[in-house]
Structure formats: C-alpha cells, structure tokens
Ligand binder design. Structure first.
Ligand SMILES: CC(C)(COP(=O)(O)OP(=O)(O)OC[C@H]1O[C@@H](n2cnc3c(N)ncnc32)[C@H](O)[C@@H]1OP(=O)(O)O)[C@@H](O)C(=O)NCCC(=O)NCCS
Length: 164
C-alpha cells in the first residue's frame, strides 16, 4: 500500500468511498461526500490523500483550512474514509499520520477535528474545553498543536465544509 495525493481521475471513487464508509455510521449527517466535493470546488482541499494498493483505492483523508478563535494556520481533519471491508487494517491510521506529517512540513500550527476520542487520542489529539464547535460536547472537539501556539475559541471551517 502507498499513499499519494488525489488526482482528477480519483474524484468519483473518492465520492463513492466516502458514501460507503459513512453509510452506516450512527453520527453521520450523510453529507461527508458532498463536503469533500465542496472543499475541492472551493479550492480548500489543502490535502486530499489516497491509500492505494494494486491500483485499488482503499481509503481517503481530507484536510482543509480552519480558524480557531479567529486565528489562522490551523487545519481541520476530515472526512476520513476506508471501504467497510478494509476497515481495521491500519489504513486510516496511515493516512492520518502522513497527513499530519505533511501539515507539520507546511508549517501549520496544528490540527483540529470533530470525532471519537477513542480513535484520535492515538495521534495525540486531546479534547480541550477551550476549543469549541457548534455547541458539541467538548470530548468530541479535539486539537493537536504542533508547536507552542495553543488554539482557543470556536472552530470555523471553510465555507465549503459548512455549505454541505
Ligand atoms: C474511522 C476509519 C477512517 C478508521 O480507519 P480504519 O482503517 O478502519 O482504522 P485503523 O485500522 O487505522 O484503526 C483501527 C482502530 O480504530 C478503531 N476504530 C475504527 N473506527 C472507529 C470509530 N469510528 N470510532 C472509534 N474507533 C474506531 C478500531 O476499533 C481499532 O482500534 P484498536 O487499534 O484499538 O483495535 C474507518 O473505520 C472508517 O472509514 N469508518 C467509517 C467512517 C468514519 O466513521 N470516519 C471517521 C469519522 S470521525
């Protein structure tokens, strides 16, 4: 398996993969595929990474710019998707680790996400009550600071993310 950036020919597969991954997810709004498309259309897919093996796309992760309390330089992780029959094999973790490394290499201040702490704590994401999003319970709003800057305030995703 290797990981690479998306190419134009991958777009339809990414959409189908994202729909399939979230189809039975209890917390899903079923808008995740549209979010990826809207971010791409808006030029706000900072990173769109594909895990591929033998020519088959196995998983995908998106990162897009956010502000936290009005501060730029932060990125939002998600959606992240692995085909249901390939979940639990380390594909999601590999995509996320490479994406976080790429953000560090770009000089990002850090990353935030909305998700299950049981999964994301392995990447050193922590729930921080000082970082908020749309009134969600604080344990689902997580952040990872790459340097000394500490995020504080409401996360605002790119308009493409919210439009979906
Ligand atoms: C979440 C997802 C991207 C993880 O990718 P993956 O390749 O299946 O996961 P990995 O093999 O890297 O990691 C497996 C571990 O993650 C855990 N895990 C997988 N999905 C999880 C979830 N939704 N919540 C909490 N833990 C999860 C597994 O229990 C396993 O834990 P362990 O290592 O302690 O045994 C993938 O399962 C998926 O596409 N799920 C449906 C869509 C979704 O929920 N996306 C994330 C939204 S926040």
């Amino acid at each position: 398996m290797y990981i690479r950036s998306e190419q134009p020919a991958d777009v339809d597969t990414i959409r189908a993969l994202t729909r399939a991954a979230f189809a039975d997810a209890p917390h899903s709004s079923q808008t995740e595929a549209a979010i990826v498309d809207a971010l791409r259309d808006a030029g706000a897919l900072t990173l769109s990474l594909i895990a591929e093996d033998g020519g088959k796309i196995l998983g995908h992760v998106a990162f897009s710019p956010v502000t936290v309390g009005g501060d730029a330089g932060w990125y939002g992780l998600g959606p992240v998707s692995v085909w249901p029959d390939n979940q639990g094999k380390g594909i999601g973790q590999a995509l996320i680790r490479l994406g976080l490394d790429a953000l560090r290499g770009m000089g990002a201040k850090g990353c935030v996400l909305i998700g299950d702490p049981a999964y994301y704590s392995r990447f050193d994401f922590v729930a921080d009550p000082a970082v908020t999003y749309a009134g969600l319970p604080p344990q689902y709003v997580q952040r990872l600071a790459f340097g000394d800057a500490v995020p504080r305030g409401e996360i605002v995703y790119h308009a493409g993310f919210e439009a979906s």
